[in-house]
Design a protein around this ligand. Structure first.
Ligand SMILES: Cc1ncc(COP(=O)(O)O)c(C=O)c1O
Length: 403
């Protein structure tokens, strides 16, 4: 593919779940920013800054458009990555609104640890809900049956999200399983009066449609996993703001400051609401690159999608047909994890690397579920993307057979 023509024939990149390869147009946008209009956004009055402002505002709008969310109800802020976004929001929610913190068993350490920290800080229970094989979050029934970490609560307590802050992913980073009951979960949490934050790190590249018109309070994701430069994104509801107590502050967030007081720009002007999560100078060039990446992603053709599906099916089929290969999950997904009985996954990853096949090995920051719940040995992960070529699949098969 022309967009990734810098990749040599011998290099097979299967680590897109960590960070995608960037199409040339995205790298060119970064260069363009640094060579042509390197400037601080939303502050300066010279022409370079005006160009940066236009592109940054455009990027915010493109994200909302991609997710079919209305600017009247949602806003887009930039951060460092998914982890930073989740931690930031959890640290700003008014403590008096929170009686429990809820997450699920298949989470990346990013929400898994952040929810642990919040529960400890506030002295409230933390519940780790089970996920069905399908990826659905179990929200019906008795708490004792569906929660793993009751944190001192009585097992017979009915499941309810009153005073709950819920953080769950909508796609897992080891087999891509999705939160298939996303809409019901959001509805249910809101009906009970809770707050729900979606970790969409693994959904934005190839499954962002599942987030269209979501009513979640916030969605956090990493631009670097959706073909864009390294950057974090928070998409949040405007009505989340009254539930926050800002304690991470800095430049770019205020309209006025007195000796012991300040006026937050986000509260004074609806157009500046995004500044609520943007303390200090932002990664303007990376934001501009994200706008270009969203355009690029929106233009993926049926043929691009079919190629990704075909490569996924072939590699999945190849692995499942091997007697000693054990896959995680039952469905084919561009992100697939496995181990080979009797073979050390780290050594396998190293041998694949020596053949030009770039994969990941270990627990991919999902120690709790993969190691403690499923008791699996360290795994190998292949994560495919639009940069994956059909010839890559053959190369992987050859390398695996040789090893
Ligand atoms: C599902 C999921 N959540 C959160 C993260 C954390 O992303 P980042 O390291 O960009 O903050 C990842 C990273 O792989 C992920 O896959």
């Amino acid at each position: 593919m022309k967009d990734f023509e810098y990749l040599s024939e011998k290099e097979v990149y299967l680590d897109a779940a960590c960070q995608s390869l960037r199409p040339k147009c995205v790298v060119e946008a970064l260069n363009d920013y640094y060579f042509r209009h390197n400037s601080c956004g939303e502050r300066v009055k010279y022409a370079w800054g005006e160009e940066t402002d236009r592109l940054v505002e455009g990027a915010r709008g493109k994200i909302l458009k991609l997710l079919k969310l209305k600017e009247k109800e949602y806003f887009v802020s930039f951060t460092l990555n998914t982890t930073y976004g989740i931690n930031l929001i959890l640290n700003e929610i008014k403590p008096e609104l929170v009686t429990k913190v809820v997450t699920s068993e298949i989470e990346h350490n990013s929400p898994f640890l952040a929810t642990m920290a919040m529960a400890r800080r506030l002295g409230v229970p933390r519940l780790v809900l089970r996920r069905e094989e399908s990826g659905a979050l179990m929200i019906e029934g008795e708490l004792g049956e569906i929660a793993r970490d009751l944190g001192g609560m009585e097992p017979e307590v009915e499941m309810d999200f009153r005073g709950a802050v819920v953080v769950v992913n909508c796609a897992a980073n080891f087999d891509g399983r999705q939160l298939v009951n996303l809409k019901e979960v959001v509805k249910r949490v809101h009906k009970d009066g809770g707050i729900i934050i979606i970790d969409a790190a693994q959904a934005m590249a190839h499954a962002h449609e599942m987030l269209e018109k979501t009513e979640a309070d916030a969605i956090c994701f990493s631009a670097h996993k959706m073909y864009a430069p390294s950057l974090g994104v928070i998409v949040a509801r405007r009505d989340l703001i009254p539930k926050l107590e800002m304690n991470f502050l800095g430049g770019g967030m205020v309209d006025d400051v007195r000796a012991t007081e300040y006026d937050l720009s986000a509260l004074g002007n609806a157009e500046h609401v995004h500044t609520i999560f943007e303390a200090g100078l932002q990664a303007w060039g990376e934001i501009v690159g994200l706008g270009v990446a969203v355009d690029w992603l929106s233009k993926r053709t049926k043929a691009d999608k079919q190629r990704l599906e075909k490569c996924t099916r072939e590699l999945d089929g190849f692995l499942r047909a091997k007697e000693k290969v054990r896959m995680v999950g039952d469905e084919a997904n561009p992100t697939m994890s496995f181990y080979v009985e009797g073979v050390d996954s780290h050594l396998l990853g190293k041998a694949l690397g020596a053949s030009g096949v770039m994969t990941r090995t270990g627990y991919f920051c999902v120690h709790y579920y993969l190691d403690k719940v499923l008791g699996l040995p360290p795994l190998v992960r292949f994560s495919l993307s639009y940069a994956t070529r059909e010839e890559d699949v053959e190369r992987v098969k050859e390398a695996m057979k040789k090893i």
